[in-house]
Design a binder for this molecule. Structure first.
Ligand SMILES: [Zn+2]
Length: 334
């Protein structure tokens, strides 16, 4: 377990990093798990100090875990993205959409969304809203059944080590789940608009990847099986697709290339919606976080920004922010 120095800002590359005064360190359940599993002492954590970038205003720990150890944090110690999966379970079992206040209806009012992309974690943003819009003519049982069909179908295809008999039985069951799933998917609202949806993944070591599972099913496999979406690897040089909206929901601070991702989103989409933490304190399981002054930096870069934090009727449990931004398109006045 090694500490690595991160002297330059991980977002903008600036060397102007100013240490924040009077820092103290307290464990939370993430850092306690990291401490336990890596067999660390508390002073390992207290060596990490929080700095504030004087150019883009993000806050960042330095030193912090090495690049390779980061993989272990997000793929072994905390492989499952708790909030991502709670969003799925609450939706399919209780009919509650992820809490983004009135964001979805507001965005639909101001943007004609025909092509939508979202970055990394599939259940953190608007994919569940789009799914609900297509299928809201159905009852509670429908939502429970389509979820269990998709989950069981993916789970039951895990056949390594089973007897021939079990494999035969499971193959038959898999086919049944698959047929049920596809029949249910057809039960859409009449004249439901066709929206082209893409999940773009960058496989950063700061993100939840191979173990972001619930009952052995990975979030990206479930999203691909359940939703009408394309899952695509991030490639900044790909042929340009112009999206109407690009969603980044708590995932900009979970990639090692945040500026490249945001630049890509601004270049390839008319509008970009960002949802992020803006805590003044940075916990030790995070390399960095955006801050409420990040919007000022974007405006300095000639990017148009509309802060939606207080416009969507949402009660916040912790300091968070929503903002809509664009490079070339005019933002509405609210
Ligand atoms: Zn910076």
């Amino acid at each position: 377990m090694k500490l690595q120095t991160y002297n330059n800002c991980v977002f903008c590359g600036s060397k102007k990093m100013k240490i924040i005064k009077n820092q103290s360190f307290e464990h939370n359940f993430y850092t306690l798990a990291i401490k336990n599993d890596f067999n660390l002492k508390d002073n390992f954590f207290s060596k990490m100090k929080v700095y504030n970038c004087q150019k883009c205003y993000i806050i960042q720990n330095n030193p912090w875990f090495s690049f390779d150890d980061t993989f272990k944090i997000f793929n072994e110690i905390y492989g499952q993205h708790n909030r991502n999966w709670n969003n799925v379970l609450k939706f399919f079992k209780k009919g509650e959409l992820p809490n983004h206040g009135d964001l979805f209806s507001l965005l639909n009012k101001i943007i004609q969304i025909k092509k939508y992309a979202e970055f990394n974690s599939p259940f953190m943003g608007l994919m569940l809203n789009f799914f609900y819009e297509d299928h809201k003519n159905n009852n509670k049982i429908f939502f429970e059944k389509i979820f269990s069909s998709a989950l069981n179908y993916l789970f039951i295809r895990q056949q390594a080590g089973l007897s021939k008999n079990q494999i035969k039985k499971n193959t038959k069951l898999a086919k049944e789940y698959f047929i049920t799933l596809n029949n249910l998917k057809q039960k859409k609202k009449k004249n439901s608009p066709k929206i082209f949806k893409t999940l773009i993944v960058d496989n950063s070591h700061l993100s939840w990847l191979y173990n972001d599972n619930y009952k052995s099913v990975n979030s990206r496999s479930l999203a691909s099986g359940l939703f009408d979406i394309k899952v695509k690897n991030f490639n900044k040089n790909e042929k340009r697709v112009l999206y109407d909206l690009f969603g980044i929901f708590h995932t900009l601070d979970h990639t090692h290339q945040p500026k490249i991702i945001l630049d890509y989103a601004l270049k390839n989409s008319k509008f970009v919606i960002v949802y992020c933490h803006v805590d003044n304190e940075l916990e030790k399981q995070h390399l960095f976080s955006l801050s409420d002054k990040f919007i000022t930096y974007l405006k300095n870069q000639n990017i148009k920004v509309l802060n939606l934090t207080d416009k969507i009727n949402k009660n916040y449990n912790s300091p968070e922010q929503y903002f809509l931004c664009s490079k070339n398109h005019k933002l509405p006045k609210l």
